[in-house]
Design a protein around this ligand. Structure first.
Ligand code: KIV
Ligand code: ZN
Length: 393
């Protein structure tokens, strides 16, 4: 078990932000009852920290976080807050009913954000970060500080702002790749640098928070772990701002499948991955793409004859994890123009028709002709092919 309050651990804390960073992206808005239902499912999935929303955003969001804090047992419930008194007080009110709670305060640290967006100096940023973390600590015994746009921040200034946040009482320090800009090797070095330069950092949990603008969010999250991070912030199906956040199911599956090179424990209940993905897809206005890793419709589907043949001989030939291990019912052998006789015979047998060699050859000929014309072949089509040849089959 990962104990989220322990500092030195080779366990990875899963911080889910589907209901905050995920929800704030186009097409992902959820009603309070939908968020509550998903929060219960995220608890069943075993997430350690559940970011339920951004309390200051609206009364509805605040009440929705409060309902989750009241009803959902297991995860630590958190709300995001800017480094502003009213945000921190709103977050404190929303998370107050939870047995375990956290306030997550953030402030941009890159010069670009300080100058263009916040219009404050570096000195003012240091002051605001320290003051806000101190205030948040008066409401919760668990405060996280995020240096927004950390990956485009001057590394010396990043050390300074993280240092003041640690001195003010933050227990978790997050280094977000806010715009999905970093690369794996660079992100590893960023964590190593912070570990080497911030006094007292050995008592702090470092966190990744990666966006997917260049398609590297999961790789970067794993690289962050390599550099010393022990919390990963992620979302179900990778939903989130622009190209999304690091996908929780992909990080969890990578840690499961490649535990030989990443020997870290975590509390994720792997068989709940697919049910959670499905529940989210049914709640928001889109599902994931069919070729989405781990939970997409094609993640365990095989159409080509060569792959189907290999799968029938030994599933390890073309699957690196079992569908059951992530909560998917079964491998899907899709029949199409690339399929071979063996897969056709198996499907017909499952439909109650065991063919001899000659019958199979005849049906296979008609099957490939149909598959050239029709993109998807359904069981009804197969039954039709049988009838066309011989009513006795
Ligand atoms: O992407 C980001 O920087 C964020 C912070 C608010 C943590 O979502
Ligand atoms: Zn984000």
């Amino acid at each position: 078990m990962v104990e989220t309050d322990v500092k030195h651990t080779d366990g990875i804390v899963f911080f889910d932000t589907t209901l905050r960073d995920g929800e704030q992206s186009p097409g992902c808005t959820m009603h309070a009852d939908e968020k509550l239902r998903l929060a219960h499912q995220l608890a069943a999935l075993g997430v350690d920290v559940l970011e339920a929303g951004f309390a200051i955003a609206s009364t509805g969001d605040s009440e929705s976080i409060r309902a989750i804090a009241r009803d959902v047992k297991g995860p630590r419930i958190t709300s995001l807050a800017r480094c502003k008194r009213e945000d921190i007080e709103a977050a404190a009110y929303a998370i107050e009913p939870a047995a375990k709670n956290r306030i997550h305060v953030f402030l941009a640290s890159s010069d670009l954000h300080l100058e263009a967006k916040l219009k404050i100096t570096r000195a003012q940023a240091l002051e605001q970060a320290a003051e806000s973390v101190r205030l948040a600590c008066t409401y919760s015994d668990d405060v996280e500080f995020s240096a927004e746009d950390a990956t485009r921040t001057d590394p010396d200034f990043l050390t300074q702002i993280v240092t003041v946040a640690v001195q003010a009482g933050a227990k978790t320090i997050n280094l977000p790749d806010t715009v999905g800009y970093t690369t794996p090797a660079e992100y590893t070095r960023l964590f190593q640098r912070i570990k080497a330069t911030v006094p007292g950092i050995e008592n702090i949990i470092l966190s990744t928070h990666c966006h997917n603008d260049l398609g590297m969010a999961v790789a970067n999250s794993l690289a962050g772990i390599e550099g010393g991070a022990r919390q990963v912030e992620c979302t179900i199906n990778g939903i989130g701002e622009r190209a999304g956040n690091a996908a929780l199911e992909e990080i969890a599956a990578a840690l499961m499948v490649r535990r030989d090179v990443m020997p870290y424990t975590n509390n994720i209940v792997m068989t709940q991955l697919y049910p959670t993905s499905k529940m989210l897809a049914e709640t928001i206005s889109f599902g994931c793409s069919p070729n989405k890793a781990v939970v997409g419709a094609n993640a365990f589907a095989h159409e080509s004859g060569i792959h189907q043949h290999g799968m029938m001989a030994n599933p390890l030939t073309y699957e690196i994890m079992t569908p059951a291990s992530v909560g998917v019912a079964a491998t899907n052998m899709v029949l199409g123009k690339h399929s071979g006789r063996r897969a056709l015979a198996d499907r017909l047998s499952a439909l109650g028709h065991v063919l001899d060699r000659e019958e199979l050859d005849a049906v296979y000929g008609r099957f490939t002709a149909l598959a050239d014309r029709k993109k998807s072949i359904y069981d009804q089509d197969l039954l039709g092919l049988l009838k066309a040849e011989s009513p006795v089959l």
